[in-house]
Design a protein around this ligand. Structure first.
Ligand SMILES: [Zn+2]
Length: 351
């Protein structure tokens, strides 16, 4: 059974902003229902850090123009400046689907490190990531994975990663997604698979199925898009507008049909529109898969996305020691409050 456990703690201070009156700060220690990892929810923190999350539009524009000059991913350079697959892997050298171009990475992060260039535009605002653009990128990447599974079936753990703009860790401005594939899972995937298997063994049911049915219609649920459920996690990993998606009943990326790829694309596009509406310009996404060549009843393909700080001369980063080194989670707002804000936005948009 899934439990949502939290403990509330308080700190008392004499607050200089309130004429040194006694003030109480509230912390919630929340336990991730699958992994047991702690995330501390700090009420009022979003308001406190919000000045670092906005962007200086002039600084952003300068960077857009500066990086456009020698960008290898812009349409005029993509065929002359980007790597190609070797002929034994793919005779055509690159995969094209709509505006998406799939290429090997020049210097990657795994033995199979591939990029999906998503757009002909050098820079997109977050509301300009359309479902079609994301869907084409996914379809091209799925084509690559299919070829990979034929040529090198032992490389069976893929993860899709978006780092959009420098605050999200990207060195290239032009919108793109990474496809990383290895013979061994990334640490988080391994942990989730192990914990999911243990849950299955003791509960005789899938954690992911139990989670989606428990959260459905609840205070953290956001929407459903073609068999993909969207929610705000009870104990976020990083906690800045973090959203989770679960592709129901599919354990690896090669099992996904167009309906599910479209569901992911539509959901991402909607959440990015929400981020845009809140003034954000940068984000990360991870899309996690079980092993390619087998179906796991206890694991579902799942996604996490979050907004990142803005571009400003102050160079603030939210990648500080607590999440980086101490491996704890921290959320700057109650997940239920974020879910409410997203739901209100989606409802307003429909009108
Ligand atoms: Zn470009």
């Amino acid at each position: 059974m899934i439990g949502f456990e939290k403990t509330v703690k308080h700190a008392r201070i004499l607050n200089p902003l309130k004429n040194f009156e006694e003030d109480t700060i509230t912390f919630e220690y929340r336990t991730d229902p699958l992994t047991g990892r702690n995330t501390t929810v700090i009420k009022g923190m979003l308001n406190y850090v919000s000045r670092f999350l906005t962007s200086d539009s002039e600084a952003l524009n300068v960077l857009v123009e500066k990086t456009r000059v020698n960008c290898p991913f812009c349409p005029e350079s993509v065929k002359t400046k980007t790597p190609m697959f070797t002929p034994d892997f793919l005779a055509e050298g690159r995969i094209f689907v709509g505006d998406a171009v799939i290429i090997p990475n020049l210097l990657g992060h795994a033995e199979q490190s591939v990029l999906a260039i998503l757009s002909r535009e050098h820079h997109l605002k977050l509301r300009e990531f359309t479902p079609k653009l994301l869907f084409d990128g996914f379809k091209g990447s799925a084509k690559y994975l299919k070829r990979l599974s034929q040529v090198e079936p032992q490389i069976r753990f893929p993860a899709f990663v978006f780092n959009y703009l420098t605050p999200a860790g990207s060195s290239i401005f032009h919108p793109h997604m990474q496809i990383l594939a290895r013979d061994r899972p990334f640490h988080l995937v391994k942990l989730l698979m192990e914990k999911s298997q243990a849950y299955y063994a003791s509960n005789k049911s899938s954690y992911w199925l139990d989670l989606t049915s428990k959260e459905k219609e609840g205070e953290r649920h956001l929407l459903e898009t073609g068999d993909v459920e969207w929610l705000v996690p009870f104990a976020p990993l990083r906690g800045l507008n973090e959203v989770q998606a679960i592709v129901k009943g599919k354990s690896n990326l090669l099992e996904l049909s167009d309906r599910e790829w479209r569901g992911l694309a539509e959901g991402i596009s909607k959440i990015l529109e929400f981020y845009h509406n809140q003034g954000y310009i940068s984000f990360n996404i991870i899309l996690l898969s079980g092993p390619l060549n087998e179906h796991l009843d206890y694991f579902d393909v799942n996604l996490r996305m979050m907004s990142r700080p803005g571009i400003q001369p102050f160079c603030f980063t939210d990648a500080w020691a607590l999440p980086y080194f101490l491996w704890d989670g921290e959320a700057v707002e109650e997940p239920e409050k974020l879910a409410e804000r997203v739901r209100v936005f989606l409802k307003e948009k429909k009108k």
